[in-house]
Design a protein around this ligand. Structure first.
Ligand code: FAD
Ligand code: EPU
Length: 338
């Protein structure tokens, strides 16, 4: 019999630092424990799988069962001259895994340094930063089907990865618990330093020979300069995705708002920084009691301590409406609203 706790505060389990109570709560540390917890769940009981809580907005108490992922372990499955295959249990901390790879000189995830959360949540939205996404190093994952308790394997193609997207946010939403992820990492690094400020930061750090650690340190330094640390100010990273629009629509906006930045995408699309749209709509640095829009990065909504999730959700709606009104662009939340 597994132990299910009652009336547990989730404040310490989400990086927004929002207060919300879970009616039922269990941390599983083995796959059999997870399957047992799923079997004990009542048929109509709502379920929330919790990793590091760094990409969710809790807007109210959760009346169902919260299952916190405590699956741990990193295993080298095989290696050849060029690659290693590494299986990582889903409850491992993502950044600690990245540091482990750097220490072993396994290349491929160094640009994804300092992203909060667990390994198991990383495929959910195909985490990405500084020109790399996990789909670039993803081999397969194993997931427990919630309805049956059966373990299924998803390879790279069947995860249907896209920009902050996967099958687990679409057809497979709410149907699986990701239990482990297997990565194919490189023994010879193919450094990717072309994105954003990495090259300039490496120069400022006086790095002469590129190493995985140097790239990781540069990414960490840029991230620390741009994004608020959730330990100090509650947040969940970018609240919205960067929208892509048709290039003709982009040209129309360019004629009206000359300085609008845009990055060409495949299929005649142009990606616009949501941060720019939100700043132009007048939201940057705005504070409303205990919540607000971050002063350096307007794509990040923040909780200064005692804010409420429902107020942050309402602020997000207002931002969406004003951006739609000014630019005709719909912002889609990246954060999972619970
Ligand atoms: P959680 O918030 O716990 O869960 C997220 C969603 O996945 C929820 O719907 C949850 O139910 C579901 N879920 C979690 N684990 C599982 C599982 N094992 N099986 C099935 N479903 C599961 N993201 C980026 O892509 N790039 C960035 O650069 C980035 N920077 C960030 C910076 C900051 C300061 C913060 C706070 C967040 C940032 N994020 C970024 C977002 C976040 O870190 C990632 O989305 C991360 O993968 C979330 O992991 P988590 O374990 O905290 O997920
Ligand atoms: N900008 C402004 N005003 C600002 C800040 C930024 O106009 O105050 C504009 C500028 O044009 C700037 C552009 O926004 O060039 C991009 O800003 P930034 O480099 O900070 O990146 P981002 O697009 O806001 C994305 C990801 C981040 C990821 C970084 C680095 C999304 C939704 N966000 O942010 O991911 O770390 O690039 O690759 O794609 C996350 O998903 O939670 C996240 C933090």
């Amino acid at each position: 019999m597994i132990e299910i706790l009652e009336n547990v505060s989730l404040k310490a389990y989400n990086t927004f630092g929002l207060e919300a109570k879970a009616a039922h709560f269990h941390e599983f540390t083995s796959i059999t424990g997870l399957i047992e917890a799923l079997a004990q769940r009542k048929e109509d009981q709502e379920l929330l799988i919790l990793g590091g809580g760094s990409n969710m907005l809790l807007t109210q108490d959760f009346e169902g069962l919260v299952l916190k992922n405590g699956l741990k372990g990193i295993e080298l499955l095989s290696e050849d001259d060029d690659h290693v295959l590494v299986k990582v249990m889903a409850g491992e901390n993502w950044h600690q895994f990245v540091l482990h790879c750097i220490a072993q000189e396994w290349a491929g995830v160094e640009n994804l340094s300092l992203i909060p959360g667990t390994v198991g949540a990383a495929p959910m939205q195909n985490i990405g930063a500084y020109g790399v996404e996990i789909k670039n190093v993803f081999e397969h994952l194993e997931a427990v089907e919630i309805a049956t308790g059966e373990v299924h394997r998803f390879d790279n193609a069947s995860c249907e990865f896209g920009y902050r997207e996967s099958i687990f946010k679409k057809e497979a939403k709410g149907k699986y618990v990701i239990a482990s992820v297997t990565f194919r990492l490189n023994k010879t690094p193919a450094f990717n330093t072309s994105y954003g400020a990495i090259q300039d930061t490496l120069e400022a750090m006086r790095v002469e020979t590129l190493t995985l650690k140097a790239v990781s340190d540069a990414v960490i330094s840029i991230r620390q300069s741009k994004l608020p640390d959730p330990v100090e100010i509650g947040n969940a990273g970018s609240f919205f995705k960067n929208p892509s629009i048709d290039k003709f629509d982009y040209e129309g906006l360019k004629a009206e708002f000359g300085s609008i930045p845009g990055y060409k995408q495949p299929g005649d699309l142009v990606k616009i920084p949501a941060a720019w749209l939100i700043e132009q709509a007048g939201w940057k640095g705005k504070t409303f009691g205990q919540i607000g829009v971050h002063k350096n990065q307007p794509l990040v909504l923040v909780n200064y301590g005692e804010g409420k999730g429902s107020d942050i959700r309402n602020l997000a709606f207002e931002i969406q409406a004003s951006v739609a009104d000014k630019f005709g662009i719909e912002l889609t939340p990246e954060v999972n609203i619970i």
